[in-house]
Design a protein around this ligand. Structure first.
Ligand code: PHE
Length: 447
């Protein structure tokens, strides 16, 4: 019995970790660190994980566990329900927008996985740079792979297989961490490692710019899946005896370690290569080139992109699941229908990043391509706004006694101080930092 309960809890915990980690850590984190000058940004990022990410994560999970429902039904669970409905709709819209763009990056991972699978089974090496060029020049290929990714998602969510799949991906996470550590170890033996570690960990705050605060905030929200209310949906599925604050600390710590490992893998490679410019393609440029030089490179490449695809798939499932469960709970649609409609909308939205990186890649706004602009609009502007609204709703829309009882239900932090710290962060730290980030972002644009 104990084993069963622990097994269920461990399964949920790992599924949560798998949903939170993935492309945000490996693909996005190194690229935003490079955009914002290295070590100073990393310190800012970790600080924001502690004072904004962790409180919000605990908040979203608690709401879900309290109501047992996804966001729309959770909102109407409380008195203010009707007025706050827009908040729920907005967060679902963000899930769809982000899933559209996340699916395109997942399709790149899928492409590299296929390339390595072919290379492994035909014992040939492939030239990673020409693979990227092929992918970027052939927008139809990206569309095809994105459609494949979304169809797989539709099949899993429509058939309600997501619980099992998320747990399966969760159990694979430790293996992925092992592969990642092996690659980091190899990368740290390069001659550029020392310079890269200085770049990554030496806090040079003078390299920060006006939009660094919102970049760090957006990255925290994106990587911990906050503001999408996917964590509310997850919370609703948590076993009632889960210690939510403790689970929150565990997820935020594992996620941050993964991001740091990704930085330790990529920066020694970048400093050794020719392209040092921050670029959303960084992961796909640096890692395969490095892997191809290792003995047994095809095996590493195959496993790395297989696991990366699986975690990207797990994260995509949690995004689609949030949209579908809200649609079917509130619009009386069958799951299959709700999944089909959401999948189609998501595919249409994915055309924006596909076109931005292929046929429209020559268009630039302030020297950034449209993918970067779209990414920053969603992650650095829209998500902080939604996170702010969710924090305010949790603070003022849910009576304090209810929150307190839920917070202390079966937690290790039974004393009052933890609950008080949490409420303080939600009431003050989250709103002040979000508003400041948006103001600084505006100043940066006007400069
Ligand atoms: N947190 C995920 C990542 O880092 C992305 C994600 C966002 C997943 C929102 C679910 C919901 O890759």
């Amino acid at each position: 019995m104990i084993l069963k309960v622990w097994g269920a809890r461990l399964g949920f915990f790992l599924a949560l970790v798998a949903s939170a980690s993935g492309l945000g850590n490996l693909w996005r984190f190194p690229y935003v660190v490079a955009e914002n000058g290295g070590g100073g940004f990393v310190i800012l990022y970790i600080f924001l994980v502690l004072i904004v990410g962790l409180p919000l994560l605990i908040g979203e999970l608690l709401v879900g566990r309290l109501t047992g429902k996804s966001i729309l039904s959770s909102l109407s669970f409380f008195k203010e329900g009707k007025r706050t409905r827009h908040l729920g709709n907005l967060s679902i819209l963000v899930c769809l927008l982000v899933l559209g763009y996340f699916s395109v990056i997942s399709s790149w991972v899928l492409f590299f996985f296929f390339k390595y699978a072919i290379a492994l089974f035909t014992s040939q090496n492939f030239v990673s740079q020409s693979a990227i060029t092929q992918l970027m020049e052939q927008g139809w290929l990206q569309m095809l792979l994105t459609a494949l990714h979304i169809t797989l998602l539709f099949a899993v969510v429509g058939k309600e297989l997501e619980d099992g799949l998320e747990k399966f991906v969760g159990y694979l996470m430790p293996l992925f961490a092992v592969i990642l550590c092996m690659l980091v170890w190899r990368s740290l033996s390069l001659s550029t490692a020392e310079e890269a570690m200085r770049y990554l960990f030496y806090p040079n705050f003078s390299d920060l710019n006006w939009s660094s605060l919102s970049s760090a905030l957006g990255q925290v929200l994106f990587t911990l899946s906050l503001g999408f209310t996917t964590m509310v949906t997850f919370g609703s599925l948590l076993p009632k005896d889960t210690d939510v604050p403790k689970a929150g600390v565990g997820i935020a710590s594992i996620d941050s370690v993964l991001s740091i490992l990704a930085g330790m893998l990529i920066f020694p490679l970048l400093l050794g290569g020719t392209n040092r410019e921050p670029d959303p393609l960084m992961l796909f440029q640096a890692v395969p080139e490095f892997i191809n030089q290792l003995p047994g490179g095809n095996v590493y490449g195959f496993l790395f992109f297989l696991f990366l695809y699986l975690v990207a798939f797990g994260a995509s499932i949690s995004l689609l699941e949030t949209v579908v469960s809200n649609f079917s709970e509130n619009h009386r649609l069958s799951r299959v229908r709700a999944s089909f409609i959401s999948g189609t909308m998501c595919f249409l939205l994915s055309l924006i990043p596909v076109l931005a990186t292929s046929y429209l890649s020559h268009i630039k706004i302030r020297s950034s391509n449209l993918l970067v602009v779209w990414d920053h609009l969603l992650v650095n502007w829209l998500m902080p706004l939604i996170a702010l609204m969710i924090a305010l709703w949790i603070c003022y829309g849910i009576p304090n006694e209810i929150k307190e009882a839920e917070f202390k239900k079966n937690d290790t932090f039974k004393d009052d101080s933890m609950f008080k710290h949490w409420i303080f962060m939600m009431m003050w730290a989250v709103p002040i930092i979000t508003i400041l980030a948006i103001i600084l972002n505006i100043v940066g644009i006007l400069q």
